[in-house]
Design a protein around this ligand. Structure first.
Ligand SMILES: Nc1ncnc2c1ncn2[C@@H]1O[C@H](COP(=O)(O)OP(=O)(O)OP(=O)(O)O)[C@@H](O)[C@H]1O
Length: 242
């Protein structure tokens, strides 16, 4: 079966800096793929290439058997590619429901559809009790869940998550991983998740893609990644694998 979303030979250069160098990534149909690597490895740049925020210098992006390299962000969103950001970026003076409705409107949806879709996303993420709370009044962990709900309002085929557990404590990170797993089971979308918490990623993902200095270091199952001496010595460290 062909991959749901993929890049081939993607290179991104910022002036003299090569942020990605000939990267081929594949997300299988209904797979959870982890994207890991040290700071500056190119993870967010790759997510930007997949979601349309960054045009690759060279290389191609394919989704659902179509070449989408030249598509802009709204077109990709309408086709079923949704993403969250490291900085949650909620509208602080709007309620949780309004933040989610705004995501639908922002992608060209109508108000009636916005309410239905936003309400559904809040149910998926157990956020119904916060629907009328202003975003600025929410604890950080809940704000991150709202960020994910916003990404789900589009009912995506692919959800791209940029460090969903950043800034969360261990219990909240574990809860976030359970939420990602539940989204995957209930909605059936493919998911790519960037995460620095290695045990979380190894426990959550079907496969893991390791980037280092813009280059693919390894792609494998969590067990293969755990057992790979080059990955461990490159940056993980023995204790990170426990
Ligand atoms: N718009 C930009 N202009 C110039 N350089 C950039 C730009 N975006 C990213 N970079 C550089 O590209 C490299 C890869 O950055 P990127 O943010 O993709 O890494 P990352 O793996 O997501 O890092 P982190 O884990 O710290 O978020 C870094 O050296 C970064 O400074």
């Amino acid at each position: 079966m062909p991959p749901l979303l993929s890049t081939s030979h993607v290179t991104v250069r910022f002036a003299g800096l090569c942020a990605l160098d000939d990267v081929g990534l594949e997300l299988g149909q209904s797979e959870i793929l982890g994207l890991i690597g040290p700071n500056g490895a190119g993870k967010t740049t790759l997510l930007n290439v997949l979601s349309g925020f960054q045009r690759p210098t060279t290389g191609e992006v394919e989704f659902d058997d179509r070449r989408i390299t030249g598509w802009d962000v709204p077109r990709r969103a309408r086709a079923g590619i949704s993403r969250t950001f490291q900085d949650v970026g909620l509208f602080p003076h709007m309620t949780v429901l309004e933040n989610c409705e705004a995501a639908v409107i922002g992608c060209g949806g109508k108000w009636a559809a916005a309410y239905t879709r936003a309400s559904q996303a809040l149910e998926w993420l157990d956020l119904v009790q916060y629907a009328n709370v202003l975003a600025r009044d929410l604890p950080y962990g809940i704000q991150r869940r709202v960020g994910m709900a916003r990404g789900l309002t589009a009912r995506p085929k692919v959800l791209l998550l940029d460090e969903p557990a950043a800034g969360l404590n261990d219990d909240e990170s574990a809860a976030m991983a359970r939420t990602v797993r539940r989204i995957h089971e209930e909605i059936g979308c493919g998911i790519i998740v960037i995460e620095h918490d290695v045990p979380v990623i190894l426990g959550l993902c079907d496969r893991v893609h390791v980037l280092d200095h813009g280059v693919t270091l390894r792609v494998g199952t969590p067990d293969e990644i755990r057992a790979d001496p080059e990955v461990v010595s490159a940056y993980l460290g023995a204790e990170a694998m426990e």
